[in-house]
Design a protein around this ligand. Structure first.
Ligand code: CMC
Length: 441
């Protein structure tokens, strides 16, 4: 049986080191023994953007990016999307197993019980400009929840962590709906305990004068989208929640950091960017020209490509199916034709084939949200509601992981050597000083 280790020879010193392999990885700190002298700090790894570094062990989500596999706690995403409710999936992610009947009904009741937010939250939401981006409002309001629940700082008490999970899952749709109403100048619609999680959220967003005609097909479509977004292992926003949470701050502050990360166009903001892109293309005949600008490097095909999936994103496949159910109810989104043609052309193009670029979760989701009546800048808010259980589950796992400490990457310093302070009157042209500095190197 071959030994589970690698042998490294440092050609600077001729010394040889044996480094153990566990789960196909070596510990970066094991490389620190590789030194050229006693006072050498030791070898580090350089891995910007964590391209090849596992930062944790996790038992929540499994992805095989080459084989289009996504599983939450072992269950294939296809089965969960077809058969589970969003709150069942949230329980699965946060508590580790699918709930039985009693557990599910307790979970649903507890979440219902916590859907109201303190009235003062409505007051500071009113302080935002009429055209404030709802993601900015959401991340501000979720961060502010920590001031309403100072007990959330008690992160080492499991019962307390459970309570904060319930609070956040319950209140996030309420805050999100209030942000939606704010941008339309509509009065806030308060939570209704006779409705389920999705029904209540849809009612809080669309009800006018207390009236909203529920469409069960659209509600189930939204529920499936939330399930598909519920977790995605160590993505940018989850890593943000873990990193901020590793300082032992309360979960509301940690999750608001996750919302901030999600806001960006390379992450959750891509669903909004896809619709903007489809608007800019405008017509099917302009697609080849657009593809050329992408290949020339001056644009990106938004909703395409993924750090982990090097084949079709399984979520995009499921979303495409949902799109047709939704369009049967709402009528076809006219941009669908452009999106389908864009996908067809891209998937046949050498540039995209060579780089293994396929549609991701965001390529079709925006078209569905738009058909449901949500404005473009609101799409990422819907993603955030979906991702909340994943953030909370990963936060909990991080806190219970004995290997974890405060997140604190190393760096390779490439700045100036020590130099003397220059008084203001002696500082010349900054560019000239910089040129002199570089030429002295
Ligand atoms: N359009 C055109 N070229 C692309 C694209 C794209 N969407 N994505 C990647 N590439 C090219 C990239 O230019 C590079 O080419 P080259 O090797 O010639 O330099 C190559 O493919 C590898 O790309 P990368 O930027 O090194 O890949 P990454 O893993 O760092 O980035 C990504 C992943 C998702 C940020 C990127 O694919 C992207 O910007 N996609 C568009 C934005 C998007 O749809 N984001 C949503 C991601 S899924 C949901 C989520 O995470 O929220």
């Amino acid at each position: 049986m071959p030994k589970e280790s690698v042998t490294v020879t440092d050609n600077r010193t001729g010394k040889t080191y044996e480094v153990p392999i566990t789960d196909g990885t070596i510990k970066a700190t094991d490389l620190r023994q590789i030194k050229v002298s006693q006072d050498d700090f030791g070898m580090m790894t350089y891995d910007p953007a964590f391209m090849n570094t596992a930062a944790c062990r996790s038992s929540i989500t499994f992805i095989d990016g080459d084989r289009s596999i996504l599983r939450y706690r072992g269950y294939p995403i296809e089965q969960l999307a077809e058969r589970a409710s969003f709150l069942e999936v949230a329980y699965l992610l946060c508590e580790g197993e699918l709930p039985n009947k009693q557990q599910l009904s307790k979970w649903e009741d507890e979440i219902k019980f916590h859907t109201y937010v303190h009235t003062n939250i409505t007051k500071f939401l009113e302080g935002f400009r009429y055209d404030a981006h709802p993601m900015g409002m959401l991340l501000g309001a979720v961060g502010a929840l920590s001031t309403f629940y100072p007990d959330a700082k008690n992160i080492h008490d499991p019962a307390n962590r459970y309570l904060q999970r319930i609070r956040l899952l319950a209140k996030l749709p309420t805050i999100a709906a209030f942000a939606f109403r704010h941008s339309r100048g509509l009065p806030y619609e308060f939570p209704r305990n006779d409705l389920d999680y999705i029904g209540n959220f849809v009612n809080m967003t669309f009800s006018i004068g207390g009236q909203h005609q529920a469409n069960k097909v659209l509600q189930r479509a939204l529920e499936i989208l939330l399930i598909l977004h519920a977790d995605h292992e160590q993505n940018c926003s989850t890593s943000a929640v873990r990193a901020v949470g590793s300082s032992h701050v309360d979960p509301f502050s940690a999750v608001s950091a996750g919302i901030a990360a999600l806001y960006g166009p390379l992450h959750g903001g891509a669903n909004e960017a896809v619709l903007q892109m489809l608007d800019e293309i405008g017509d099917k005949k302009d697609i080849p020209g657009f593809i050329e600008t992408v290949k020339g490097g001056s644009d990106r095909l938004m909703g395409f490509g993924h750090r982990v999936y090097k084949s079709y994103d399984p979520r995009a496949k499921l979303i495409k199916k949902v799109a047709y159910d939704v369009f049967e109810q709402t009528g076809l989104n006219p941009k669908l034709e452009i999106a389908l043609e864009l996908e067809r052309i891209a998937l046949e193009d050498e540039y995209f084939i060579k780089r293994k670029l396929y549609p991701n979760v965001d390529f079709y989701s925006g078209l569905i949200y738009q058909a449901m009546g949500y404005p473009m800048d609101y799409f990422t808010v819907l993603f955030a509601i979906g991702r909340a259980p994943g953030w909370l589950a990963q936060w909990e796992e991080m806190l219970l992981d004995k290997d974890q400490k405060i997140a604190r990457p190393r760096q390779i310093y490439v700045g100036s050597e020590e130099r003397d302070f220059v008084p203001l009157e002696k500082r010349g042209d900054r560019r000239k000083v910089e040129r002199e500095r570089v030429s002295k190197r």
